[in-house]
Design a protein around this ligand. Structure first.
Ligand code: SAM
Length: 260
């Protein structure tokens, strides 16, 4: 779930200074209000700093992305969704670092930069219907729900899918439906979709997902060898006979599992 950029990892020393900076910056604000209001303000500030980091990463990867900035609607969605609600309690202080984080069961919530890029590539419309394979924490589904009319998301690990479903409902995301199952086969009853996003690395583009795309529909999927660097692919179903594939950038995702 991360774009591999040399020298981008924060070391222990940098993390320490970042923490000192954040405390120094937010402490005066907190002394003025209640602790709940203070926490909300802290998260808001941290989120807007994360948005700036994503914007800087987009600029530095413009040769891969073929653009300098992402759709402002996508960035507004990233600036809105409370990522701290989607990570385990002990990860909350790290929720707005621009990096993947563990969510249990050997899985991760993806790096915010990657979520933003993948969402941007989907070119969603407010009336659109989108399928996500790999619900995980539900964070990507929440970002999609800010931009499309209907979101369907499939998770193969039952406890993750159930937790994500409850979390999304608690946060008021009424346009998201979560299903437990193998997303390789898509969600036939709800097809066709305007867009499909796969958030785990596949060895190939799953034919059932191509079938479930509308003509003119877009799929974004990491394809390659598990536990190695994969290529993020932009797949466009031109019509029932023709599909085009464009490589976007190298990424590293957990594998797409299941019986296929
Ligand atoms: N989109 C998630 C989020 O916002 O938190 C992150 C997804 S995580 C990188 C990949 C997820 O794909 C894991 O939760 C994993 O269990 C799930 N997964 C792997 N293979 C799957 C499959 N065949 N069908 C559905 N989900 C799958």
């Amino acid at each position: 779930m991360s774009f591999r950029k040399p020298g981008f990892q924060l070391g222990a020393k940098e993390k320490f200074f970042l923490a000192i900076f954040l405390i120094g910056f937010f402490a005066p604000l907190c002394s003025m209000g209640s602790s709940v209001a203070c926490a909300a303000a802290n998260f808001r500030e941290a989120r807007s700093k994360m948005v700036q980091e994503i914007e800087a990463d987009v600029k530095s990867t413009r040769f891969f992305l073929d653009r300098e900035i992402l759709d402002p609607r996508v960035m507004a969605a990233i600036a809105t969704v409370p990522r701290h609600e989607f990570v385990p309690p002990r990860q909350k202080t790290l929720a707005y670092l621009n990096r993947p984080l563990p969510i249990g069961h050997g899985q991760t919530i993806s790096q915010p930069y990657i979520v933003a890029v993948m969402t941007d590539l989907l070119n969603l419309s407010p009336t659109g219907k989108v399928l996500e394979v790999g619900t995980g924490s539900g964070y990507q589904a929440a970002v999609l729900a800010e931009l499309a009319a209907e979101v369907f998301t499939i998770e193969i690990i039952r406890p993750l899918g159930e937790d994500a479903g409850e979390r999304l409902a608690r946060l008021g995301y009424k346009n998201v439906q979560v299903r437990i199952g193998d997303g390789y086969y898509g969600w036939k009853e709800e097809a066709p979709f305007d867009a499909i996003v796969v958030t785990a690395a596949a060895s190939h583009i799953p034919p059932p997902l191509i079938q479930q795309l509308k003509s003119g529909g877009i799929m974004v999927i990491p394809v390659g060898t598990p536990f190695m660097t994969q290529q993020l692919l932009l797949v466009t179903k031109e019509d029932e006979e023709k599909t085009t594939v464009r490589q976007i950038l190298p990424v590293r995702f957990v594998p797409l599992t299941g019986k296929h």
